[in-house]
Design a protein. Sequence first.
Length: 164
Amino acid sequence: MTLLDAQPKKLKTGFFKYIPLWLLIIIIVVVTVLIVRQFWDYPEKRAVTRFMTTLEKGDYRRAYQLWQPAPSYAFGDFMHGWGPEGDYGKIRSFQIVSAKSFGSSTVKIMIRVNHEEPALGLLVDRKTKGIAYAMTYCRLRPTAIHNLPPHGATRQRAVQEALL
């Protein structure tokens, strides 16, 4: 091969002139992971949104069906917690604060109801979309237990203040 037979170097064109292929693949993988992570719990968030919207409309029978309660949880118990005279009163607004998967079958969704603090935790079953209260385990000061209000958002605030 002589000097005159040499082929000119092929220049990169288009997008690959600025970003190497390996970097482009990494960017695509990272963006895909972020999108999948963002929408991973979407069906469960939608189930909670449907439930809370039904409560806002005042359709408590339909909300009770969406809750998918155990046979021991009667409609009266449901109304005590979610009805107009319940823990949060008439549901006027809600906001989904966060969602976190627990294993492959449950998602814990934190919601703020009527702009009340602290946020309420709800568990949603991935398969049935049934909803339940998320129990939080905590220790209270022994003297604080006797001074708690009977129920409602005021009780939740008092429990938060009584935490060890």
